[in-house]
Design a protein around this ligand. Sequence first.
Ligand code: SF4
Length: 216
Amino acid sequence: MARESKKARAERAGEIYELLADEYPDAHCELDFRSAFQLAVATILSAQTTDQRVNSVTPTLFNAYPDAKALASADQADVEEIIRSTGFFRNKAKSVIGFARGLMAEHAGKVPESMEDLSALPGVGRKTANVILGNAFGLAEGVVVDTHVKRLSTLLDLTREKTPEKIEQDLMELFDRDHWTMLSHLLIWHGRRVCIARRPKCEECVVSHLCPSSRV
Ligand code: SF4
């Protein structure tokens, strides 16, 4: 494939964004939450599973442990039992309790609003921090790079990097800051509905004419 200039890639990225935004005007975070605390816990639970699976356990979890104070003093085995179906439940139980304890110890039980403070908490990496900042606080500090964002930005040749951190940097350069949070939602929605991992529906794809991986 001929090398694309930086400018041409940025223009193509802008067109892709507009077309996906038209296609999915309601794109949003599909985890159910009512507070930054709930979103943080749900995001930690969402590793290696679907948002639907997480949404099926969080009502029970948040009923039993409505805030950081309650979760910080939870019995790990009880939490494990509730979240078992999300997989990796022992580690996840440890992570969400550790997160709640960190909140109590460092932030009086309140979820902090900065990347630095969030990513210093147990169980929270840059991806989770980006989800919380973008969706609970409306702050664009970065782009959430999950498995869909990684796969689609590669297929669309928006990046040739391999690690989430470097992919995120490429996307941050290509897209306006006020699009960063929505960009992840759009790529995730497209990845779940059309650009499906094992059988991308290129013939139904609104950005196929802008996609170097298109099969049509
Ligand atoms: S054209 Fe095909 S590979 Fe490219 S984004 Fe669309 S569905 Fe995915």
